[in-house]
Design a binder for this molecule. Structure first.
Ligand SMILES: [Zn+2]
Length: 525
C-alpha cells in the first residue's frame, strides 16, 4: 500500500517537474521535426510520393510541411471550388490526397502550407479580381515595382483588409476546402503579412484602405462627419495635448486624390507642430488586418475540425516585422498552434560563427515573445548556411549576366566585371579543386581565357559556356562541398534555446546539397 502510494506521489512529482521544464502549455516532451517541402520534391505518382515519405521517415521527420498553394496562386489539390487555380500539370494528380495517404501510413503528419497573400500576375485570383490587389499611392500594383536595380517584381500582393475581397472570397475558402476534404493534421500560413522586399511603406492605398484606415483609427466622427476640433494646447509639451480630442482627418478629405491621402497617412501629424507620427496608425492598421485574417482562418478551420492545427512560418523578429509588414506574430498566440520562425542565415549579417550565436539568441527571444504559450520550432534554412562555399560562384553567375548586357565598347564596365570574375573564381577555386577536380579542370581554362587579354576573347559563346557549366555545378554540387558540419552545428545551436522542435527548409536543398544523412543522425531519437 505504502509502496503504491509512494509510486503515485513520485509519478505526480515527476509529472509536475517535467511540465515545469517545458516552454509551452501542451508542448511535446520530445523535440519535433518538421520539413518544408515542395511539389517537385515528391513527383506525380503514388510510388514517387511513397519514396519521398520513406526518405522523410529515415530522417526522423514528424511533419511534412507541403506547399499546396504556391507563390503564383497555383493549387496542388483537386479544388472543386477553384478548379481554375489548379497548378498546371496537376489536373489529374491530387498531390495532397496522395501525400496524406502515404505519410499517414508511415506515421508522419501532413501540414498543408499555403502562400497566403502572394499571387502570380497570371494567377486565377488576380486575373478574375484585379480589384483585390494592393495598390500604392500611384494606384499601381506591386507589378510596377523593381526587384534589385532592374528586374521587374513578378508578383501581386492581395489586399488583406478588403471585404468582400481576397480574404473572405478566396483565401479562407481555400483553407476551408482543405480541412473539409482532406485528412491533414494542420494547415500552415506563409507570407502571412504585407510585402516587404520591395516597397513595404507603399501599400496598401487601395480605395477600401483609404476609406477604412481613417475609420479604424477614428480620425473623425461618423456621427458628425464635418465637425473638426482643434488641439487644445494646455500642456507645454506639444504631444501631451493629444488627449484634448483633436479630429485629425483633414477638412476636404473626400476631395483629395489617392496621392494626397497617402501622403497625409504617411507624413501627417497628429498635432500641428508635433512629430510626423500619422504613419504609426498605418502600421497599426496593417498589423490589425493580418491579425484579423489569422483569427478568421483559425475560427474557420476549428469550426470544421477542431483537431486540425494551424501553424505559421514567420519572420525572426515580430516587433520589427510588425512595423514593416504587419506581421506582429507575438500577438497571435490565440490563433496559431505552432510557430515556425524562419531564423535563416540569409536574414542576418555576420559570419557563420556569428549566425550560430544569433540563431540561439533569436530562438530564445521568440519563445519569450510568445510568452511560452505555444510551441516554437526553430526554422533553419540549410542552403543559406553555405554562403562562403557558394558565394564566389553566385557572384560569377551574376557578373556573367551583367557582362552579356554591357556593350562591347564599354571597356571600363567590362574590365570591372572581368576582374570581379577573376577574383571570385580565385576564392572558389581551391574548394572546387578539392571536391570537384573534374569540374575545376574544365572551368579554370575557360575562366582564364575569358579574363585574359582585357577580355577580348570573352565572346558571348564562351560566357554562355561558363554560365552553363556553373549552373550544372550549382544544381548538383558534389557530396561534401556543402559541409555537413554547418547544418549539424546550426541544429545544435538552435537546441541550446530549447525550442519545441526544429523545422528545416527545405527538402530540395537537402537533396541538392546532399545533407539528408545529417538529419538521419541529428534527429535520431
Ligand atoms: Zn487595401
Amino acid at each position: 500500500m505504502t509502496g503504491i502510494l509512494r509510486t503515485v506521489r513520485l509519478t505526480v512529482f515527476l509529472a509536475f517537474f517535467t511540465v515545469g521544464l517545458t516552454h509551452s502549455t501542451g508542448a511535446q516532451q520530445r523535440e519535433m521535426h518538421a520539413l518544408w517541402s515542395h511539389p517537385f520534391d515528391i513527383g506525380k505518382t503514388a510510388e514517387s510520393v511513397r519514396e519521398f515519405v520513406a526518405k522523410c521517415k529515415r530522417a526522423h521527420i514528424d511533419t511534412i510541411v507541403m506547399d499546396v498553394k504556391d507563390s503564383n496562386g497555383g493549387l496542388y489539390w483537386k479544388s472543386k471550388r477553384f478548379p481554375q487555380a489548379i497548378a498546371a500539370g496537376y489536373e489529374n494528380f491530387d498531390l495532397l490526397e496522395n501525400l496524406v495517404r502515404e505519410a499517414h501510413a508511415q506515421g508522419i503528419k501532413v501540414d498543408a502550407w499555403l502562400v497566403d497573400f502572394l499571387e502570380g500576375a497570371n494567377g486565377a485570383a488576380f486575373r478574375e479580381h484585379p480589384e483585390w490587389a494592393q495598390l500604392n499611392p500611384d494606384g499601381e500594383t506591386m507589378l510596377s515595382e523593381k526587384l534589385g536595380k532592374k528586374n521587374p517584381y513578378p508578383y501581386v500582393w492581395m489586399c488583406p483588409a478588403r471585404r468582400p475581397g481576397y480574404v473572405d472570397q478566396w483565401l479562407v475558402p481555400l483553407f476551408e476546402e482543405i480541412v473539409r476534404n482532406y485528412k491533414v493534421d494542420s494547415v500552415h500560413h506563409d507570407y502571412v503579412r504585407y510585402g516587404g522586399d520591395v516597397a513595404p511603406d507603399s501599400y496598401c492605398f487601395c480605395d477600401y484602405c483609404l476609406r477604412h484606415l481613417p475609420r479604424y483609427a477614428m480620425l473623425s466622427y461618423e456621427s458628425l462627419p464635418e465637425e473638426r476640433y482643434r488641439v487644445d494646447f494646455r500642456q507645454p509639451r506639444i504631444e501631451a495635448n493629444w488627449w484634448s480630442d483633436p479630429t485629425m482627418l483633414p477638412p476636404g478629405w473626400d476631395k483629395m486624390d489617392r496621392r494626397e491621402k497617402a501622403d497625409y497617412i504617411l507624413n501627417g501629424r497628429t498635432i500641428p507642430g508635433g512629430p510626423p507620427d500619422m504613419r504609426s496608425f498605418f502600421y497599426d492598421y496593417k498589423a490589425h488586418q493580418i491579425e484579423t485574417f489569422v483569427r478568421e482562418t483559425y475560427d474557420a478551420v476549428k469550426k470544421i475540425n477542431p483537431n486540425v492545427q494551424v501553424s505559421a512560418a514567420v519572420f525572426k523578429n515580430p516587433i520589427i516585422s510588425g512595423r514593416f509588414i504587419g506581421q506582429h506574430w507575438d500577438r497571435w498566440t490565440d490563433w496559431i498552434d505552432v510557430y515556425m520562425p524562419m531564423t535563416y542565415r540569409s536574414h542576418f549579417g555576420g559570419d557563420f560563427e556569428a549566425y550560430l550565436a544569433h540563431l540561439q539568441e533569436s530562438t530564445e527571444r521568440q519563445i519569450e515573445w510568445t510568452l511560452h504559450k505555444r510551441p516554437v520550432y526553430a526554422g533553419i534554412a540549410s542552403t543559406y548556411l553555405y554562403r562562403e562555399e557558394f558565394q564566389p560562384f553566385d557572384e560569377i553567375r551574376d557578373r556573367l549576366t551583367d557582362l552579356k548586357a554591357i556593350s562591347a565598347n564599354d571597356t571600363k564596365q567590362r574590365t570591372e566585371n572581368l576582374l570581379a570574375i577573376r577574383a571570385a573564381y580565385g576564392r572558389g577555386k581551391i574548394r572546387l579543386a578539392q571536391f570537384a577536380p573534374d569540374i575545376e579542370r574544365e572551368l579554370s581554362p575557360l575562366v582564364e581565357r575569358a579574363v585574359a587579354n582585357g577580355g577580348r576573347d570573352a565572346s558571348p559563346q564562351l560566357l554562355d559556356e561558363i554560365a552553363t557549366k556553373l549552373a550544372a555545378f550549382r544544381a548538383n554540387p558534389p557530396q561534401g562541398f556543402a559541409p555537413a558540419e554547418k547544418l549539424k552545428r546550426s541544429i545544435e545551436a538552435a537546441r541550446k534555446a530549447r525550442p519545441d522542435g526544429i523545422a528545416i527548409f527545405a527538402a530540395s536543398s537537402l537533396t541538392r546539397e546532399k545533407l539528408w544523412n545529417v538529419l538521419e543522425e541529428e534527429f535520431r531519437r
